[in-house]
Design a protein around this ligand. Structure first.
Ligand code: ASP
Length: 341
């Protein structure tokens, strides 16, 4: 088990700006080390007696369940509330009061909220570590961490490094917080080539593009999805964030954002394909088509699986649990050992 990393600038995890290349490598080392617990090859009870407060004021499947599953797999317990309707925020309670109250019930909080900056506001009033699980169209640091972790693994399988790779980033780049956090986190790497493609009105915010350029990367805008994906190593697609759109921003074109025909036209059928999910499967949703699902580079479910490792590593870091404590509380015999041949 490797040494535990720390989030820079404090005990909360609010932004990918809290990582350096070396603290990122440490966190990824820790994510590798907890692999036995995600694959059920060992059981860890290091968080026995610890309580997670999971507060999601916006819809979520993967993020909430994987944070909660990660905490439970480390032996902790979970309390949860979802949506405004079932919390006292529906009665007008402030973020600060809510944060102070739930701090008394929890050892760590995971919070998702629809307003940019709201999770930082929550953290300012909390008395326990707070992890940002998405603040409106702002940031989604745990997603970016699992995305870059997956990128390292998928490129590594092909004998490649993240440094020097070529990425196409497609979809609603204006509201897609995963894209904002991903590009910012990739600023820790060297010599990247970004190609971006977005429907009109949903382009990447200037400050995110600027961050990539300041980090020494190249960034160009493609005129079509086929041009965007030609010659790249990785495609990262994201859905149109309809819940954040006004009527005039709704993309005019229907059809697919990216499908097999586009990749064939770009002569890039074995590109690595990533997506933070959910994939919008409604007709004409303008998202990643399922007709790419049998291509060899599809990595969207590796991303979701890797999310468990990353979120366990985040909890261990936020709670300052030592490597020795993890080792001492690990049992080698998982519950399903007797089911194995
Ligand atoms: N699940 C991701 C998020 O919460 C991506 C998305 O919703 O499109 O930001």
């Amino acid at each position: 088990m490797v040494d535990l990393p720390a989030f820079e600038q404090g005990r909360h995890l609010l932004s990918v700006a809290q990582f350096s290349r070396s603290s990122l490598a440490q966190l990824f080392g820790l994510a590798d080390a907890v692999e036995p617990f995600t694959r059920r090859r060992g059981i860890c009870t290091v968080l026995d007696g610890a309580m997670l407060g999971s507060l999601f004021f916006e819809p979520s499947t993967r993020t909430r369940l994987s944070f909660e599953s990660a905490f439970l797999r480390l032996g902790g317990e979970v309390t949860t509330t979802t949506g405004f309707t079932f919390s006292s925020m529906a009665k007008g309670e402030s973020i600060a009061d809510t944060a102070r109250v739930v701090s008394g019930y929890s050892d760590v909080l995971v919070v998702r909220h629809p307003e940019v900056g709201s999770v930082a506001e929550f953290a300012a009033a909390a008395t326990v570590p707070v992890i940002n699980a998405g603040d409106g169209s702002g940031e989604h640091p745990s997603q970016a961490l699992l995305d870059v972790y997956t990128l390292e693994k998928e490129l590594g399988r092909r004998g490649r490094a993240v440094d020097g790779c070529r990425l196409a980033v497609l979809g609603d780049l204006r509201h897609g917080r995963t894209v904002h956090s991903l590009i910012r986190l990739l600023c820790l790497y060297r010599d990247l080539d970004f190609t971006v493609f977005a429907p009109a009105g949903l382009e990447l915010p200037d400050e995110v593009a600027q961050a990539a350029l300041v980090a020494g990367h190249r960034l160009r805008t493609a005129e079509s999805v086929v041009a965007a994906v030609r010659g790249v190593d990785v495609v990262y697609a994201t859905r149109v964030q309809r819940e954040r759109l006004t009527a005039e921003l709704a993309p005019a074109s229907g059809g697919d954002l990216l499908n097999r025909r586009h990749l064939a036209q770009a002569d890039n059928l074995d590109v690595i394909i990533m997506h933070p999910l959910p994939r919008d499967s409604r007709p004409d949703a303008f998202d990643l088509s399922p007709d790419v699902d049998d291509l060899p580079g599809l990595a969207i479910f590796q991303q979701t699986d890797n999310g468990l490792n990353i979120r366990m590593a985040i909890f261990l870091t936020a709670l300052g649990v030592s490597a020795e404590a993890v080792r001492l509380t690990t049992k080698q015999r998982p519950w399903n050992a007797s089911l194995r041949p």
